[in-house]
Design a protein around this ligand. Structure first.
Ligand code: IVH
Length: 677
C-alpha cells in the first residue's frame, strides 16, 4: 500500500536527487558551482538518511550509490580496473569519534594499539595513472568511480609526474601499476592565472580546484601545458606483487618512484593527537602552498583495512575530516562601485554579513561587468561567497532557485562615482570601464593605499584614514612624498601626537629597503599582481634592468602575455611614473637586488624547517618567506625529516616532539642572527 507519507518521501528523494545531480554537473563538468560544499553535504546526507530509513525507495541510479558526476562526452572512456572509491565525511570531531568507535567495534581485539595515518585532503581532482611495464599508459579522472575520462594527453603535460618508472632500479613495480592521487593547482599559480585571465578579459576561475579541473579537462593539450598543474600521489590501487603492508610504506614507495607526495605523513595511535592536528591544520592550511579542505585519516595496516572492508561507495577504514567551510550563502544587498588605482570601475558586492570560517565577510569582489553577466548576478540574489586565506572574498555563484522574481539586474554606471568624469572603455575589445580623469582623487588615494599595503611596501601604521587626510591637506600628493614625511609636521596633526608620529616615521624607515618583487608590486602597474611581480623580479634581478626592459624582452618572460608586457612598457616610459620612481630613490628608497636563485648555499640550505610559537618581530608567514629565501624548506609539522625547529613564545607540542627527536631547536634570538648571517 502506498501511503501519503511514502509519496511525500518519494517526492523529496526525487527532488534531492535532482538537486544533487545538478550540483554535480555544475561542479564536475561545468566548473561553475551553484552550491557551497556545506550545502551539498547537507543535501547528500538528507538523501542518505532517507534511503537508509526506506531502503525500498533507494534507487540504483541514486547519487549516493556512485561517486562524482556523469562524464563529459568529449573524452573517451576508461574503465578503472579497481573502482575508485570516495571517502565518507566527518564534519566535526564528534563525527570523527563515531568513525573511531565503528572501527574499534568492527576490529574488536585487533583494534588494540591501532595506528592511523593522517594526511591532507587535497582539494583537487582525483586521478588515476596506469603504468604498463613501468611506462605511463593512461591517466583518467574518477568519473563515476567505475568509468572515468581519458585525459592522458593533458595529464602528461604535468612535468612533475614520472613518465617512466625504471630510473630507480631499487624499486621494481608490477606489470600493471596504478597510482592514485590528486591533480591540483597551487594557490600562487591559481592567483597568477586569474590575474592573467582578468587582464585578457577571460572568465576567472572560482577557486584553485575549478582552475585545476578546467585545465585538466581542456580540449587542447597545448592549452593544458600552459597551465601550472601539479599531481600529488596518495595511493597505490593494488599492492599485489609489492612488498607493502601499510599506508605509510605505500607512500614511501611512491616517493621513491619520484612522485610528489605529502611532505610529512603523520602516523599516530592517539585520537587526541589527531584532534590537535586537526585544530592546528585549520589555521596552518593558510600557509600551505595548495588548498586542502580537510584531513584524511586512514587505518595504517592494509590487512586491517581489508578486514574492515567497504560500503557501496566508501571504505570503512578511512574518513575525511572536513574543515569548516570557506564558502557560504548570503544575500546580495547592493552593488557599489570602487574606483581602482588604474581608474577601473570594479563592482563590489555589499552583502548581508556572513561568518565564513570564523571571519565576518560583508563585501566581496564581483570582478567586472562581464563576470556579473556571465554568472547572471542580480541585486537581491542569494549568492555563494568564498573566502580563502589572504585573498579578497569573491562571489562565485548564484542560487537561482532562491529567486523571488524581485531581483534586479545590474549595470555599471558610465561615469566615475567619485569625480563624475565619464567612464570609458579603452577599446572595443576591452570590457573594463575606466574613469577618464587622470587626476581623479580616487585613483591617487587608491594608489597610495595599495603602495603602503601589507603585500606591497608594508607600512601598516600609515592606514587608509591617515593617508586620505594627508592627501586632503596636501601634505602628500604622490608616492615619493611618503618618504619625505617628517615627525614634527606629522605630530602637529589633530589626534596625532609625538609618539604616534614617531611610530609612523619608524615604519616608513623600515620600509626603505624593499625586495625587488615587493617594490614592483607596490608601483601598482596595471595587470601586475603579486605573483606577476615575482616573475619579473626573478627574471630581471635588479630595478635598473627591469626599468630598461623593452617590449620584446618582456614578452620573452615566461607566462607574460602581450597585454601585461605592453602595460609595463607604458608604465616605465611614462614621464610622470619615471619621475615618481626617481623621486622614491631620491628620498632614500633602496630596492634590494633579487638574489633568490643564487642562494643554493643560503644559511638554511638543505634544512627542513618547522616554525612554531609566536615570534616577536615576524609573522609566521614572514618567517617562512625569510627561510625559503635562504634555501630552507618549510613544513608544517615535525616529522622524521625535520632538521630544524624555530621556536617562538609559547611553542607547544611541536617543540616537545622536536626535542624528543633530537631536532635542532633555534630560538628567536638565534633565528634573528641566522637571518642576518
Ligand atoms: S584516499 C578509498 N587520500 O578525496 C580512499 N583521497 O572525498 C580514496 N582526496 O576521491 C581516496 N586527498 O579525490 C584519499 N589524502 C587523500 C586525499 C583524497 C584528497 C580526495 C580524492 C577522493 C576524495 C574523497
Amino acid at each position: 500500500m502506498v501511503t501519503g507519507d511514502e509519496t511525500k518521501i518519494k517526492e523529496r528523494i526525487a527532488e534531492l536527487i535532482a538537486q544533487i545531480e545538478k550540483a554535480n554537473r555544475r561542479y564536475y563538468v561545468e566548473d561553475n558551482p551553484t552550491l557551497s560544499d556545506a550545502q551539498y553535504d547537507k543535501l547528500f546526507r538528507e538523501l542518505q538518511a532517507l534511503e537508509k530509513e526506506h531502503p525500498e525507495l533507494c534507487l540504483d541510479s541514486s547519487p549516493t550509490q556512485k561517486v562524482g558526476a556523469k562524464k563529459n562526452e568529449v573524452f573517451s572512456e576508461v574503465k578503472h580496473r579497481i573502482p575508485m572509491l570516495s571517502l565518507a565525511n566527518a564534519l566535526d570531531m564528534g563525527e570523527f569519534s563515531d568513525f573511531v568507535g565503528r572501527v574499534q567495534k568492527l576490529l574488536g581485539a585487533a583494534a588494540n594499539n591501532l595506528e592511523y595515518v593522517v594526511e591532507y585532503k587535497f582539494d583537487g581532482l582525483a586521478t588515476e595513472i596506469v603504468y604498463h611495464n613501468a611506462q605511463l599508459e593512461v591517466a583518467s579522472t574518477r568519473g563515476d568511480g567505475i568509468i572515468g575520462e581519458n585525459v592522458t594527453d593533458n595529464f602528461c603535460t604535468i612535468k612533475s609526474v614520472p613518465q617512466c618508472l625504471t630510473q630507480n632500479l631499487l624499486t621494481q613495480v608490477p606489470e600493471i601499476f596504478e597510482v592514485r592521487g590528486e591533480v591540483i593547482m597551487e594557490i600562487a599559480n591559481f592567483e597568477k592565472l586569474n590575474e592573467q585571465r582578468l587582464a585578457a578579459e577571460e572568465k576567472v576561475f572560482a577557486n584553485p580546484r575549478n582552475a585545476a579541473a578546467g585545465s585538466l579537462r581542456q580540449l587542447d593539450p597545448e592549452v593544458t601545458a600552459t597551465r601550472p598543474l601539479d599531481f600529488y600521489a596518495y595511493a597505490v590501487a593494488s599492492t599485489e606483487g609489492l612488498n607493502i603492508r601499510t599506508e605509510e610504506e605505500g607512500r614511501k614507495l611512491l616517493k621513491e618512484l619520484g612522485f610528489k607526495t605529502q611532505e610529512t605523513l603523520f602516523v599516530t595511535k592517539s585520537v587526541d593527537e589527531i584532534a590537535s592536528y586537526y585544530e592546528r591544520m585549520i589555521i596552518e592550511r593558510d600557509y600551505l602552498p595548495f588548498e586542502i579542505d580537510g584531513i584524511v585519516i586512514k587505518v595504517n595496516r592494509l590487512d586491517l583495512q581489508e578486514q574492515l572492508g567497504m560500503r557501496a561507495r566508501t571504505p570503512r577504514w578511512a574518513v575525511a575530516l572536513k574543515f569548516p567551510p570557506r564558502e557560504e550563502y548570503t544575500k546580495l544587498l547592493d552593488i557599489t562601485v570602487q574606483v581602482g588605482r588604474s581608474g577601473a570601475l570594479t563592482p563590489v558586492a555589499e552583502l548581508e554579513p556572513v561568518n565564513i570560517g570564523g571571519v565576518i565577510v560583508k563585501r566581496a569582489t564581483l570582478h567586472n561587468q562581464e563576470e556579473i553577466n556571465r554568472k547572471d548576478i542580480r541585486i537581491g540574489d542569494t549568492v555563494i561567497v568564498r573566502r580563502q586565506g589572504d585573498v579578497i572574498p569573491a562571489v562565485v555563484g548564484v542560487v537561482k532557485e532562491k529567486r523571488s522574481g524581485k531581483e534586479k539586474p545590474y549595470q555599471l554606471p558610465d561615469s566615475c562615482p567619485v569625480c563624475s568624469s565619464p567612464a570609458t572603455k579603452e577599446n572595443d575589445a576591452n570590457v573594463a570601464l575606466r574613469c577618464s580623469n587622470p587626476h581623479c582623487p580616487a585613483k591617487i588615494s587608491e594608489r597610495l593605499i595599495h603602495f603602503v599595503s601589507r603585500k606591497a611596501m608594508d607600512i601598516e601604521s600609515l592606514g587608509e584614514k591617515l593617508l586620505v587626510k594627508l592627501l586632503d591637506i596636501g601634505m602628500i600628493s604622490s608616492l615619493q612624498d611618503i618618504f619625505a614625511l617628517q615627525v614634527e609636521k606629522l605630530a602637529e596633526l589633530e589626534r596625532m601626537g609625538e609618539k604616534s608620529a614617531a611610530n609612523v616615521i619608524t615604519a616608513i624607515d623600515n620600509a626603505r629597503n624593499p625586495e625587488l618583487a615587493r617594490f614592483i608590486y607596490s608601483l601598482g602597474i596595471r595587470h601586475v599582481g603579486e605573483q606577476t611581480a615575482k616573475v619579473f623580479a626573478k627574471q630581471y634581478k635588479s630595478l635598473d634592468k627591469f626599468l630598461a626592459a623593452s617590449l620584446e624582452d618582456l614578452q620573452q618572460v615566461p607566462d607574460v602575455g602581450p597585454v601585461v608586457a605592453q602595460s609595463i612598457v607604458d608604465f616605465i616610459n611614462d614621464p610622470v611614473e619615471k619621475k615618481t620612481i626617481e623621486g622614491l630613490l631620491a628620498n632614500g628608497v633602496m630596492v634590494q637586488e633579487n638574489t633568490a636563485e643564487d642562494i643554493v648555499g643560503g644559511v638554511f640550505a638543505g634544512q627542513i624547517v618547522v616554525v612554531t610559537g609566536t615570534l616577536s618581530t615576524l609573522s609566521r608567514g614572514q618567517a617562512h618567506a625569510e627561510i625559503e629565501k635562504r634555501g630552507g624548506k618549510i613544513t608544517s609539522s615535525v616529522s622524521k625529516s625535520t632538521t630544524m625547529l624555530v621556536a617562538g613564545e609559547n611553542a607547544g607540542s611541536k617543540l616537545k616532539k622536536a626535542q624528543d627527536q633530537g631536532v635542532r631547536i633555534v630560538e628567536e634570538e638565534e633565528f634573528a642572527a641566522l637571518l642576518k648571517a
